[in-house]
Design a protein around this ligand. Structure first.
Ligand code: FES
Ligand code: FE2
Length: 380
């Protein structure tokens, strides 16, 4: 199949308006991804192993683990994870599995001095060290000091806690260089934010359908009129991939319409999608919110939609933003992605050309093309 190549200046973000961008094209458009990447169970399993178990994923916010003893559990597909705040003041992440015979160690979230396994009551401190194992003192050679939970890489990135199941991974700043600074430029006080509200939904589609849908606004005018009028300015909106890192940067001036959801003056809209499945998003005026997607099955994914505020409370304005977002954009996308998943299983579906508009702007599927490249590079 003929391909279109984007020649990018190394280290620079692509801007479709950027004169540095040279698009080398032949006469045929770029075709979308074959349905098997969204529907085939073997490919899905490979994606879980190669993408979800080897990249940084947004786990939660540091404000959810404020006090020593706080813990929180989550799942990345079939891996149970626990995050803890130790008595010594460190934040840690572990596989949430007892080192005796494999029972899950903890459920939900809360505050505890010790994590006691529900099966035979082995207990661990929040640094993951085995503290007690009933009757083990009768076992010759049993050395509890050698037994601890298996630790996972964890980083606090401007207050957001990211985990990576690959022990040899690069740091967040090496993986996404310059993004910390870009976020601080847009929202200098982002680190003062606290977790305020979260809702979730099982989307009934492959994770990549949801991630693709999030990363293009070609459908916004048609599907999201409230978002296109209430938050962003469609005339200045664009989503631009970086040349050499796996980040998609959504940018826009605030809405200039008279149908804004709140006072959107001040900082612009910006969103940073961090491959493969996390996005930290700034609505105009510094309303910080995030998305993260965790795979459930080849045809299901759970999205976590989270909003942050300076005191962890939801005031009237934030409540309005949450409600408007949930009732319009969020719900509209849920309807779309379910239908796409069904369509991808259709015997009649043949992937069509992507709308790669050399002039950039909102009606452009260049980020979709980049996502396809990143997925294929990971698994093919
Ligand atoms: S499996 Fe946890 S104590 Fe036995
Ligand atoms: Fe959408």
């Amino acid at each position: 199949m003929p391909s279109r190549r984007f020649i990018l200046p190394v280290g620079k973000k692509i801007s479709m308006m950027n004169p540095d961008l040279k698009v080398v094209a032949d006469s045929d458009p770029v075709i979308g991804l074959e349905a098997k990447y969204f529907t085939n169970r073997d490919i899905y399993r490979r994606i879980v192993d190669e993408v979800f178990y080897k990249n940084w994923l947004l786990a939660c916010h540091s404000s959810q683990l404020r006090k020593p003893g706080d813990f929180l559990t989550l799942e990345i597909y079939d891996q149970d994870i626990i995050l803890t705040h130790t008595r010594e003041g460190a934040l840690k992440a572990f596989y949430n599995v007892c080192q005796h015979r494999g029972h899950k160690l903890a459920e939900g979230s809360g505050n505890k001095k010790l994590l006691v396994c529900p099966y035979h009551a082995w207990s661990y401190d929040l640094q993951g060290k085995l503290k007690a194992a009933p009757h083990a003192n009768k076992v010759p050679g049993f050395d509890s000091s050698k037994i601890c939970l298996t630790e996972i890489r964890l980083e606090n990135f401007l207050g957001f806690l990211f985990i990576n199941l690959d022990p040899d991974c690069q740091s967040m700043d090496e993986t996404y260089p310059g993004i910390r600074e870009e976020m601080l430029k847009l929202c200098p006080d982002v680190e003062q934010r606290q977790h305020a509200y979260q809702h979730t939904a099982d989307e009934g589609c492959n994770w990549f359908v949801a991630v693709e849908n999030y990363n293009e606004c070609y459908h916004c005018a048609h599907c999201h009129p409230a978002f296109a009028r209430g938050i962003i300015d469609p005339g200045s909106y664009s989503i631009t991939p970086y040349a050499d890192i796996q980040v998609l940067h959504h940018t826009s001036e605030p809405s200039h319409s008279d149908e804004t959801w709140y006072d959107v003056s001040g900082a612009d809209y910006g969103s940073f999608f961090l491959w493969p499945a996390s996005s930290i998003q700034f609505y105009p005026g510094g309303v910080v919110n995030s998305f993260t997607w965790r795979p459930l099955a080849v045809d299901d994914v759970r999205v976590f939609r989270t909003f942050y505020s300076n005191n962890g409370e939801v005031d009237e304005t934030l409540q309005k933003v949450i409600d408007n977002d949930r009732e319009t954009t969020f719900q509209e996308d849920l309807n779309i992605v379910k239908e796409v998943q069904r369509g991808l299983n259709s015997r009649g579906y043949k992937p069509g050309p992507l709308v790669l508009n050399p002039e950039g702007g909102i009606n452009n599927e260049l980020p979709i093309h980049k996502l396809h490249e990143w997925l294929k590079a990971a698994i093919d």
